[in-house]
Design a protein around this ligand. Structure first.
Ligand code: PMP
Length: 362
């Protein structure tokens, strides 16, 4: 008998899922172009690294054979102090990615309507497909702020500051979305870099506010995310979560970064200052948008695919957004790194724009 075609057994919706494209690694680019110096400003990581105290804590761990606690109280306690919210309303996950996946597990089945506002974080689109949901689109204005006009949904995702555009959402609009009867997931991955946040809405019975230690706290590799949510959703969350979402080294380093808030404040101030400098420099040449996050979004009148490839060949990795739903060829996102990295980026970016013959006189 011929081998059966096992691929037929795969969930149909998965064939429509686009691969998540992570930023290219520094090692890959060094090898590909034979370069000594390569900087990566493509994944909104924290170039300053985590607090030394967290690195020390991470190194101390030896009990690799023991399962970690499921929802560690020590870490939940530290997060509750950091945010000023009750421990009963906090859950942990493997990054915001892991938290959001659990929220989908709780609420989304075939045909359920999920409100998204492109351009936004690509993983949302992937989750909607994996869970066989139906994407419903919410518009944005010329500054990329959401313009909700009553679309019906079961789950809405509000990303503020939004990735890749960097803007925060207006409270009145978020309120309208919350009042419309569905569950609202507010992704505040970049909250620490922003002058405004939406945490107050976590008091509502239908709102989940998610944050992460991957960005301002510099723990992207540790995969620590959390959410503030109503107790009734917490109960369901604990049912659907994998039993041990966080490793003990991750839990320990997370506790350590939350004990070193002076370092956090210093890093955030550095990044915000650099963000304004890079914004001013780029604004002289291209259309760049104000940002409340650790990255800038720019809309060029030359091909971003080509530009990013050229930049990479010169040792600078940034994000070509042309593949993001709601973006176009010409859209780029650059992470704000350390001062030397940002200067190197500006130098190479202007060189490439010059070679491509565009970008001036906007
Ligand atoms: N949400 C947004 C808006 C992001 O940009 C990212 C990271 N790229 C994430 C969530 C994922 O964060 P985490 O590392 O906590 O899973």
């Amino acid at each position: 008998m011929d081998d059966p075609d096992y691929r037929k057994l795969v969930k149909e919706t998965l064939f429509e899922v686009k691969d998540y494209t992570p930023g290219k690694s520094v090692e890959y680019v060094k090898r590909k172009y034979g370069l000594d110096r390569v900087i990566k400003l493509a994944s909104n990581e924290n170039s300053f690294g985590a607090s030394r105290k967290a690195i020390e804590e991470f190194k101390k761990f030896e009990d690799l054979h023991i399962y970690p606690p499921s929802q560690p109280e020590t870490l939940i306690h530290k997060i509750s102090e950091y945010l000023g919210v009750e421990e009963d309303r906090i859950v942990l996950g493997a990054g915001i990615d892991g938290v959001l996946e659990n929220i989908f597990k709780i609420f989304i089945e075939r045909g359920d309507r999920v409100l998204l506002s492109p351009p936004t974080f690509p993983y949302y689109h992937i989750l909607v497909r994996i869970f066989s949901g139906k994407e419903v689109e919410c518009g944005r204005d010329e500054n990329f702020r959401m313009t909700y006009s009553g679309e019906k949904f079961k789950l809405a995702i509000v990303c503020s500051p939004n990735n890749p555009t960097g803007n925060v959402e207006r409270k009145e609009v978020v309120e309208d979305i919350i009042d419309s009867g569905g569950i609202v997931f507010i992704d505040e991955a970049y909250a620490e870099f922003s002058d405004e946040n939406l945490l107050e809405f976590a008091e509502e019975e239908n709102v989940i506010v998610a944050r992460t230690l991957s960005k301002a706290f510099g723990l992207a590799n540790m995969r620590v995310g959390y959410a503030v949510l109503p107790e009734w959703i917490k109960k369901l969350y604990l049912k659907v979560s994998t039993p041990f979402p966080l490793s003990t080294p991750a839990i320990n380093s997370a506790c350590a970064v939350l004990e070193d808030l002076d370092y956090l404040r210093w890093v955030v101030e550095e990044i915000k200052r650099e963000r304004e400098r890079v914004f001013r420099e780029l604004s002289k040449h291209v259309k760049v948008y104000p940002s409340q996050a650790n990255f800038l979004f720019a809309r060029l009148d030359v091909s971003s695919r080509y530009l990013c490839e050229l930049l990479m060949s010169k040792g600078v990795i940034i994000r070509d957004c042309s593949g993001f739903k709601g973006c176009r060829d010409g859209d780029i996102r650059v992470t704000i790194g350390r001062s030397d990295e940002n200067s190197y980026f500006i130098e190479k970016f202007l060189e490439v724009m010059d070679e491509m013959g565009g970008g001036v006189d906007l």
